[in-house]
Design a protein around this ligand. Structure first.
Ligand SMILES: [Zn+2]
Length: 197
């Protein structure tokens, strides 16, 4: 359906080659070390990864952590994201922000027709322009890797199913705006913006 992009990271079990693995990054100092657990054959191994790929996993992990205990309350998740990032150095936050923008770009721009099916004018669930392209787009990123990959693979219906299945309130999936966290972080670090100057 859609072009899979650079955010698609495929890690396989070194023993049975299954893709059904849990990946945990345990060290990113020089080369990144990941611990890979295979859900298929239960093989556990350590793997050296390219740092860039490993960092994508780290960002997704942070997003996943920010969802914990929120029961899809976006206000709470926003607060969690801020707390998880505020003590990171500025480069880390900037890189995370870049990655975040890239993911949001993949949602919205990689196949515009597919994304637009989520708009009420096409029978979807979100109205407005800014709300649809900015707030909802940022919220989608904040829902994590699983939904992102399923969207790229199966399309807009995955998002509708996800919202229904989890009984997520409109006020939460149109939350304004999850990526303002980067502005708040910039202020917290004493700048107007994270990029520039
Ligand atoms: Zn395996």
């Amino acid at each position: 359906m859609m072009n899979l992009n650079s955010f698609e990271v495929t890690i396989k079990c070194g023993y049975c080659k299954s893709k059904n693995v849990d990946v945990k990054i345990i060290d990113t100092n020089s080369t990144a070390i990941a611990e890979v657990y295979c859900n298929n054959c239960k093989n556990k191994e350590k793997l050296k990864m390219e740092t860039e790929i490993a960092m994508k996993q780290v960002y997704w992990d942070i997003i996943e952590q920010s969802k914990q205990g929120t029961n899809f309350d976006s206000e709470k998740q926003f607060h969690n994201l801020f707390e998880l990032l505020k003590d990171r150095d500025e480069k880390f936050i900037r890189d995370f922000n870049d990655e975040w923008s890239g993911i949001s770009h993949s949602y919205i721009v990689s196949d515009r027709d597919e994304y637009d099916k989520l708009h009420v004018s096409n029978g979807g669930i979100v109205d407005g322009n800014d709300t649809f392209y900015m707030d909802f787009g940022a919220w989608l990123v904040s829902q994590g890797e699983k939904l992102f990959k399923r969207y790229l693979k199966y399309g807009y219906q995955e998002v509708i199913n996800y919202i229904k299945m989890n009984d997520i309130k409109e006020v939460d999936y149109t939350y304004e705006c999850m990526d303002y966290v980067f502005q708040d972080l910039a202020k917290y670090k004493g700048h107007e913006y994270l990029t520039g100057v």
